[in-house]
Design a protein around this ligand. Structure first.
Ligand code: FAD
Ligand code: NAD
Length: 476
């Protein structure tokens, strides 16, 4: 095997493996180096997303939601269930099976596209040179015309609540629990806190979420956050806002988590703690002394809008660069860079990156919140429509939440779409496509939506923007 490439990608997560595949599709000789090691000692491509993030969390969210629905919803359908129980071991092995299928799928994709997959550590040395050390092997030097850095991110550790791998864990640890913790403390009420809090609550844990910010889900549109908070409360998540964690103490009974809120010092006793207070770019041992790649003060690799670093022919994509830490953003940057390297057109529209929280109800949005539009001083109009009057949502026993659309007063262009409700993560696709094409509210109004479907709520919300909803009251 020749050690000379057109593109060497360091990192095999959604940013890196996609960049390598697209580079090969573009006729370039590409290699992808990845160091990921699973708890069971196996090495796998796919990075955080496939091995310890998006995919395993969604597998457990689905299993736990199905179980939860047996605890009341089936009776609504007239289906009597007795003695329903679950086997966590089976849930966990189903999850591991899905992950394995998808990560080995990447190897198959590499093979069919002609990408050289290299399992081991990569280090950019500078001057088109990358050091590759296979697991258990000796370092060798690869030469490449271009290098793509896609080293991802790692969980932020709180010094006052350090991980111990057993009682105090990160999100990966919380996806691997082999028993349901009777009392679970979660530090951080963001995306991970809400998704994993939902999983373990549905399976029986008493879950307390300690969130430092005074507002619930501060990144979301306020109306959506308020509606979602109501449903999380109904599920039994005990979400404490403005709670600043001070420390964790091991007790004979578990862990005492001390925190401070507006009322003063407080504490909770729990069996296990998940710390989910964000992630930071991971670039440990990524560079040799001559690399010369510029980093910012928060540890992100500095890139321009097309993901070029300061070093010619070196690019960086995904969680290790600015922007939301999302798998689809990472992959689209990988595609853009691989196309630009091949001399083709490439672009990422950072204004229309969807966000989805896979709780029940799901939360999804794209574009600006009403608060952001207001702060920007743009004249706008909004329309909201609930799932309560939607036939499909009622049939699904999921008639909760709403769709909210924000459009510019001046030319009707859609500025933001916010959904809390059933299948919000799927419904948001229509809004993303509409915004990608700079659609107006009228474009959605004039688009036929199938009946009965959840998407009719998006249609009605677009009509509500102009106070013309057909199946609801239009408040002037
Ligand atoms: P990563 O996926 O982190 O991949 C980087 C890879 O590079 C890793 O395999 C790492 O081992 C490897 N690497 C690093 N340095 C080197 C080196 N020097 N040599 C060789 N290899 C190296 N996002 C979503 O969009 N939707 C979701 O539903 C979602 N759910 C999530 C749930 C959880 C619990 C977590 C933690 C994250 C979730 N995310 C989700 C975020 C998503 O996982 C990340 O945004 C995404 O994985 C970023 O992709 P990446 O390729 O940039 O980095
Ligand atoms: P996050 O940024 O979503 O939430 C972290 C939360 O912790 C914030 O609400 C923050 O205010 C709070 N916090 C920070 N310091 C704290 C402290 N000392 N005490 C209490 N609370 C504190 O981060 P996350 O939930 O860890 O997720 C990390 C990344 O992974 C996110 O960027 C997210 O995009 C990605 N992710 C995405 C999905 C998805 O797309 N469905 C799912 C999981 C993770």
């Amino acid at each position: 095997m020749s050690n000379t490439y057109d593109v060497v990608v360091i990192g095999g997560g959604p940013a890196g493996y996609v960049a390598a595949i697209r580079a090969a599709q573009n006729g370039l000789k590409a290699a992808c180096i990845d160091a990921w090691k699973n708890y069971d000692g196996t090495y796998a491509f796919g990075g955080t997303c496939l091995n310890a993030g998006c995919i395993p969390s969604k597998a457990l969210l689905e299993s736990s939601e199905l179980y939860h629905r047996t605890q009341g919803e089936f009776a609504q359908h007239g289906i009597q269930l007795e003695g329903v129980s679950f086997d966590l071991g089976t849930m966990q092995s189903r999850k591991a099976g899905i992950t394995r299928q998808l990560t080995s799928g990447i190897e198959a994709l590499f093979k069919s596209n002609g990408v050289t997959g290299l399992k081991g550590h990569g280090r950019f040395l500078g001057n088109g040179k990358v050091e590759f050390t296979a697991h258990g092997g000796q370092p060798e030097v690869l030469e490449s015309k271009t290098v793509v850095l896609a080293s991802g991110s790692s969980p932020v550790e709180l010094k006052q609540v350090p991980f111990d791998g057993e009682h105090i864990v990160d999100s990966w640890g919380a996806l691997e629990f082999d028993g349901v913790p009777p009392r679970l403390g979660i530090v951080g009420g963001g995306v991970i806190g809400l998704e994993l809090g939902s999983v373990w609550r549905r399976l029986g844990s008493q879950v307390t979420v300690l969130e430092a910010m005074p507002d619930f889900l501060a990144v979301a549109d306020r109306a959506v956050a308020k509606e979602a908070q109501r449903h999380f409360k109904k599920l039994g998540l005990d979400i404490r806002l403005g709670a600043r964690v001070q420390g964790a103490e091991k007790t004979p009974d578990g862990i005492k988590l001390a925190y401070e809120d507006a009322k003063g010092p407080q504490s909770i006793d729990v069996d296990r703690v998940v710390v989910a207070v964000g992630r930071r770019p991971y670039t440990d041992d990524l560079f040799g002394p001559e690399a010369g790649v510029k980093m910012d003060e928060r540890g992100f690799i500095v890139v321009d809008h097309e993901c070029r670093t300061n070093v010619p022919n070196v690019w960086a994509v995904g969680d290790c660069v600015r922007g939301p830490m999302l798998a689809h953003k990472a992959s689209e940057e990988g595609v853009m860079v691989a196309d630009l390297i091949a001399g083709k057109y490439g672009e990422v529209n950072y204004n229309v990156i969807p966000s989805v929280i896979y709780t029940a109800p799901e939360i999804a949005w794209v574009g600006q919140t009403e608060e952001q539009v207001k702060a920007a001083g743009v004249a706008y109009k909004t329309g909201s429509f609930g799932f309560a009057a939607n036939g499909r949502a009622k049939a699904l026993e999921a008639a909760m939440g709403f769709v909210k659309i924000i459009s510019a007063e001046e030319d009707d262009e859609i500025l933001g779409v916010h959904i809390v409700g059933p299948m919000a993560g799927e419904l948001i696709g229509e809004a993303v496509l509409a915004m990608e094409f700079s659609a107006s509210t009228e474009d959605i109004q004039r688009t036929i939506h199938s009946h009965p479907s959840l998407s009719e709520v998006v249609h009605e919300a677009s009509l509500a923007v102009d106070k013309r909803a057909l199946h609801g009251i239009n408040r002037k």
